[in-house]
Design a protein around this ligand. Structure first.
Ligand code: KG4
Ligand code: ZN
Length: 344
């Protein structure tokens, strides 16, 4: 079964074709980053207008790269939540019209569940084994930071989350203070590779108690790093470099995540960790998790960490083969829907 996946929840206009929920036949991502970079963040109105212009050629390109015509598809999947409402509506409306015109079954899916599904996909002809459920999910992006128990493609229980900024947002805000473009997570990752992570010690947030055992926070770290950078600019210390500061920030940011994650391992006994979202591309996080002897840590291929249509098509396939269908009256929602909160 070949499913077309459409993603337009934020600043990537993306479409892909995935076969049998696993094999990526094409994956086209048209990024709007250069358009939003001048404003140092995504401008929702500009995003939805660009999606309107780009969605049709992006879908055409995805079909062409997969060597298919529209009548070679078996279904359509599209992100319906969470995200920027105007942007979501472009993809959702396009998918409805496309599916209706081609007389295809279609399904509206959740973007966060799709990030958690990305590790089940194989690019090109690489064969990789499906990851068996249950596992712990580490969903880390510019908008969300969630540690969860994943019992199936749509069975997720949140164990911990940020109480303020998302981890990607902290990277982006620190990067902005450095004068790097938006989004700046990858630039901080690169700079940190030349710095000393032990140069500065930043305090870890204290949220140990009761219900907050696996929760975390990034606003304190973000402010501390920005203040330190300002001090450094006023009075440069010969022995310390901006790269040292970036490396120390990155080390602390990852430690904050891992402290919550290791508590979730302790509480659930689950030892397989599956990551997803843009921050899953972080080299320090990947290296640190790879060193854990008694954990199996799985990351999607780098090109499937950020927003893409393949994860939407893969998740959509699972819904469609179960018999799930969306009505043409289905609506988009800016808010998180699929995750229910429960504490260990
Ligand atoms: O999943 P994604 O593409 O979009 C959202 O749904 O938010 O994630 C984008 C986020 C941005 O905050 C970006 O700075 C961050 O992922 N990011 C990274 C790295 N690559 C992207 N953060 C840290 N290290 C990286 N290598
Ligand atoms: Zn995303």
């Amino acid at each position: 079964m070949k499913i077309l996946g459409i993603e337009s929840s934020c600043d990537e206009c993306a479409a892909a074709v995935v076969e049998n929920g696993r094999q990526v036949l094409s994956n086209v991502v048209a990024t709007q980053i250069p358009i939003h970079a001048v404003y140092k963040g995504v401008v929702p109105e500009l995003a939805s207008r660009k999606h309107t212009e780009w969605i049709y050629p992006v879908v055409q390109e995805a079909l062409q790269q997969a060597g298919l015509r529209a009548d070679g598809l078996d279904g359509v999947a599209v992100t319906a939540h969470p995200g920027l409402l105007g942007s979501l509506l472009v993809g959702l409306s396009f998918a409805k019209a496309f599916a209706w015109a081609q007389n295809l079954p279609w399904i509206a899916v959740d973007h966060l569940l799709a990030h958690l599904y990305a590790s089940q996909l194989s690019l090109r002809s690489e064969a990789s084994a499906a990851v068996p459920y249950p596992f712990l999910g580490l969903l880390i992006s510019g908008g969300h930071s969630v540690i969860c128990r994943v019992d199936g493609f749509d069975g997720v229980t949140v164990l911990g989350t940020t109480i303020d900024d998302a981890v990607g947002e902290a990277f982006d805000k620190v990067a902005n203070h450095y004068g790097f473009g938006y989004p700046g997570g990858a630039a901080i990752d690169k700079l940190a590779q030349t710095g000393d992570p032990q140069a500065f010690t930043f305090p870890l947030p204290r949220l140990y108690k009761g219900d907050h055992r696996c929760d975390f926070s990034y606003s304190g770290l973000k402010t501390a790093v920005i203040n330190q950078l300002d001090q450094f600019r006023r009075k440069p210390a010969a022995a310390v470099t901006p790269a040292d500061l970036a490396a120390s920030f990155q080390k602390t940011a990852v430690e904050i995540l891992l402290r919550g994650l290791f508590r979730a391992v302790e509480d659930t006994g689950l030892r397989t960790i599956v990551s997803g979202g843009g921050v899953a591309a972080n080299s320090y996080l990947r290296a640190l998790l790879a060193e854990q002897p008694d954990l199996r840590c799985i990351f999607p291929p780098l090109e499937l960490c950020g927003d893409n249509g393949a994860m939407i098509a893969g998740l959509g396939y699972q819904h469609l083969i179960r018999g799930d269908r969306s009505p043409l009256t289905a609506i988009a929602s800016a808010r998180v829907k699929a995750f229910k909160r429960r504490y260990p």
